[in-house]
Design a protein around this ligand. Structure first.
Ligand SMILES: Nc1nc2c(ncn2[C@@H]2O[C@H](COP(=O)(O)OP(=O)(O)OP(=O)(O)O)[C@@H](O)[C@H]2O)c(=O)[nH]1
Ligand SMILES: [Mg+2]
Length: 460
């Protein structure tokens, strides 16, 4: 996939019935193919109304063809976009006819992400922008759309590039001094190397914070509702979702399987997972369900440990403590647990929304405390509250930023008094820069590139 230069074709719009369906072709030299398809020269960058005919000369579709000559196209190659009528069978026929007539030029069906990959390889976009295209299409909320659009326009890449540039300047200074070891201390003072490094580190830290927010916007939060049977987990799911997604009954052990529902809270996508109540059971089906509850807890970003202080059965404090310690053991690293008391409507005296242990009181039945719960959820997952300027980011970006930060920390230590080594200082700067470069795709190993683009869907 990485090296082929053959022309490629794919349906660019979603499969299924629609007003129109767009087929996209990209290749080094498409004019002969366009001629073969329509028997007519196409005016570049203009809508050409044409008829595509089968081998017998019968019309398949009347369509709009737009031809973009290289390099002024999405991929940087010649691109031909065919806007056909949007019937799945019709589009099949158009594809088939194109493949027939493009055979001599070697026309093949595109692999997932291959259009974006070509755009990247031809320097039309960098890697972070290519990823932003996929993220824009997959965006789960309006805020995620805006974040992806910002990345696509280069906001994220610009920040990364300016950081790389500042590190480069610092490296140039250091490396020009390396030949004069006796001047090392003096150099650090004169060039204000430490101050400049600190400034770079501050910028990187702000970027990491923004990227963390961006990751939340892109992927959302896996929010798991866990607890003993009958505490109201399914009722809470229904309340948050605003509809009856899960079955609710007074019988303990109602939920047997995970029930998932995606919502947004203040624009942040939340994937809420209701689970089977945790208890010892001899029922085989329920036991399987509980096994799945534990799996969900093990993959959570946030667990709500729901309790029912109104019930005499489940309130045995030792049981709650035991369950809590089991949950804490099952959590992924750094995953917070929020303890929430449900059924506050059954607790006689008016209670405040939060007790001294910071436990929230809610009622899934009346809706009391739900707004406060939502705010608490956002706070716990590290959502900063504002979507202004947030760009979408991926795990891959966060990992690169984290590694870059570690290298800058190291370089700072090699510049510290009593431990000065300009050579190591410069080397750590270089390593930090490599990590940043991987985000935009400079210095990225080929196999990684293939992996990233193969996760795109066909036609992108
Ligand atoms: N009064 C009151 N009853 C509630 C509240 N939330 C849930 N219930 C009731 O508690 C019972 C159990 O609710 P569920 O939502 O099924 O509880 P669950 O935790 O999902 O139970 P399992 O699926 O068995 O683990 C039902 O009869 C609900 O109507 C609440 O806030 N107030
Ligand atoms: Mg339930």
């Amino acid at each position: 996939m990485m090296t082929r230069k053959l022309p490629i074709i794919a349906l660019a719009t979603a499969p299924g019935k629609a007003g129109i369906g767009v087929i996209r072709i990209s290749g080094p030299q498409l004019l002969p193919m366009a001629k073969a398809l329509f028997n007519k020269a196409l005016t570049p960058r203009q809508a050409n109304l044409l008829t595509l005919r089968d081998a017998q000369g019968e019309s398949i579709d009347q369509l709009l063809a737009i031809y973009f000559a290289a390099p002024a196209s999405f991929t940087g190659e010649d691109v031909l976009e065919l806007q056909c009528h949007g019937g799945p069978q019709l589009l099949e026929l158009v594809m088939k006819r194109c493949l027939e007539l493009g055979k001599d030029q070697g026309l093949v069906i595109a692999e997932p992400g291959e259009f974006s990959l070509r755009a990247y390889l031809n320097n039309k976009i960098d890697l972070a922008q290519a990823e932003a295209i996929a993220d824009l299409i997959d965006a789960q909320s309006a805020a995620a759309v805006r974040g992806a659009a910002r990345s696509l326009q280069g906001a994220f890449s610009n920040d990364i590039n300016s950081l790389i540039e500042e590190i480069t300047q610092l490296r140039i200074l250091v490396e020009s001094t390396l030949d004069f070891p006796e001047e090392e201390i003096e150099f650090l003072e004169n060039a204000q190397a430490r101050e400049r490094l600190s400034a770079v580190m501050r910028k990187l830290s702000a970027l990491r914070e923004g990227a963390k927010q961006g990751k939340i916007l892109r992927d959302g939060i896996q929010l798991v509702l866990a607890g003993a049977p009958n505490v109201g987990k399914s009722s809470l799911l229904n309340r948050l979702a605003g509809e009856e997604v899960a079955i609710v009954t007074p019988i303990a052990g109602t939920t047997r399987d995970r029930v998932k529902e995606s919502i947004t809270i203040s624009g942040v996508p939340m994937h809420i997972i209701d689970t089977a109540g945790l208890r010892a059971t001899s029922d085989l089906v329920e036991a399987k369900g509980i096994e799945r509850s534990w799996e969900a807890i093990g993959a959570a970003d946030l667990v709500i440990f729901l309790q029912d202080p109104s019930s005499s059965e489940t309130t045995a404090a030792t049981e709650i403590l035991e369950l809590k310690s089991q949950i804490l053991k099952a959590l992924p690293p750094k995953c917070p647990v929020l303890e929430v008391n449900n059924k506050s409507d059954l607790l006689g005296n008016p209670i405040s929304a939060q007790d001294e242990n910071q436990t929230l009181f809610i009622s899934a039945k009346t809706g009391q405390g739900i707004e406060a719960l939502k705010q608490k959820i956002l706070e716990l997952v590290g959502w900063g509250g504002s979507q202004d300027g947030v760009i979408v980011a991926r795990r891959r970006h966060l990992d690169c930023l984290d590694r870059a930060a570690k290298h800058l920390d190291q370089s700072q230590q090699f510049a510290a008094n009593g431990n000065i080594s300009l050579e190591l200082f410069a080397e750590e700067l270089r390593l930090a820069q490599d990590q940043l470069g991987q985000i935009t795709g400079k210095l990225l190993p080929d196999d990684l590139l293939g992996k990233i683009f193969s996760q795109f869907c066909i036609g992108k």
